[in-house]
Design a protein around this ligand. Sequence first.
Ligand SMILES: *[C@@H]1O[C@H](CO)[C@@H](O)[C@H](O)[C@H]1NC(C)=O
Ligand SMILES: *[C@@H]1O[C@H](CO)[C@@H](O)[C@H](O)[C@H]1NC(C)=O
Ligand SMILES: *[C@@H]1O[C@H](CO)[C@@H](O)[C@H](O)[C@H]1NC(C)=O
Ligand SMILES: *[C@@H]1O[C@H](CO)[C@@H](O)[C@H](O)[C@H]1NC(C)=O
Length: 344
Amino acid sequence: MEKLLKLAIFISALYEVHANWMYLGLSSVGVVPVPDSCGRIPGLVQPQLEVCQNNPEALPCVSEGARRGIIECKNQFKFERWNCTTNSRNSSVFGPVLHQGTRETAFIYAITSAGVVHAVTQSCSAGNLTDCACDVSKAGLPTPEGWTWGGCSDNIKYGMQFGKKFVDAPERYRRNLGTTRERVRIMMNLHNNEAGRKIIQAGMKTECRCHGVSGSCAIKTCWKVMPTFSEVGALLKDKYEKSVEIAPRAKRKLRRRERQRRRVPIKDTEIVHIAASPNYCRANSKNGILGTKGRECNKRSRGADSCNLLCCGRGYNTETIFNKSHVCSLELFGHGLVNLKHTT
Ligand SMILES: *[C@@H]1O[C@H](CO)[C@@H](O)[C@H](O)[C@H]1NC(C)=O
Ligand SMILES: *[C@@H]1O[C@H](CO)[C@@H](O)[C@H](O)[C@H]1NC(C)=O
Ligand SMILES: *[C@@H]1O[C@H](CO)[C@@H](O)[C@H](O)[C@H]1NC(C)=O
Ligand SMILES: *[C@@H]1O[C@H](CO)[C@@H](O)[C@H](O)[C@H]1NC(C)=O
């Protein structure tokens, strides 16, 4: 009860119109809400409230899923100009970045959606949810390779259904409202939510165990497991790099912006965006951009964390930190904005 009270206080502190279910990932909701209290959780739309009321034990899974998504997003972007900034005091969590329709927006939808599937599916396998359990549909069946399916495969089907019902609800709720552009944005969000789920499904692996005298593999049992969440993050990051730009108009299906490639279907596992990304170099509070001032870059890198890319060509300060914790500033540029630290 005390925990629940803490949750209620945490949530009311966050309360505002921009609230979004993803903020559940910022709260450490290890508690199962009492169904009556679901209505007091802000930012949930009606179908989500129903899930909370009918299935309150699943809510900690949603929190855990969102949390995984947020942590993995930060991990995948730690060396980039936009580093998946969240604001723990703001229940919109990602701030205006969510409204922009860029590939960063797309990644956030996909990774948080994937997080929910991952957390729910794991809970099913652990026997923590009453509505689902391991997938035993193939248990005991032999395979052409001569091994046998084991009893507990990850029940990705339930996780995906649950995710679709919960995570897609806000978009489905307002699907037929708004201008053409807004409707395309909703379709974009739904597509990216689905991409997050499908990436996990596509990444399912087979794990096996051998039984038999002193480790001989006379009998082999196998089952299906989901990829680890950091694998999911890496797969989605790759999709982010190749994100497909979509046309601002669409009827029933999203279309590629690029005319020459219109006929190439957009895959379920691809991420899509509608707006070009800003360069994230300079701070812009209206758009929720912090800029890269003060970030640490890596002089030896040729990637996103290289000083040239991270500092947007503005130059940087070199700070040599000696082991005796000497700090020397060696070069000072007019716009010298980024510290380069290395230890000697
Ligand atoms: C939270 O973010 C929204 C935009 O996403 C902004 O309008 C609002 O002012 C922010 N609130 C706080 C307390 O920072
Ligand atoms: C299942 O529940 C137990 C006890 O509440 C918890 O320790 C464990 O982390 C849960 N496992 C998953 C995968 O949710
Ligand atoms: C992310 O970027 C912000 C703004 O540039 C910076 O303050 C923060 O330390 C960065 N976070 C990490 C983990 O590097
Ligand atoms: C710094 O010095 C300590 C002991 O003086 C040593 O153990 C450590 O490895 C040094 N660190 C680096 C990065 O050289």
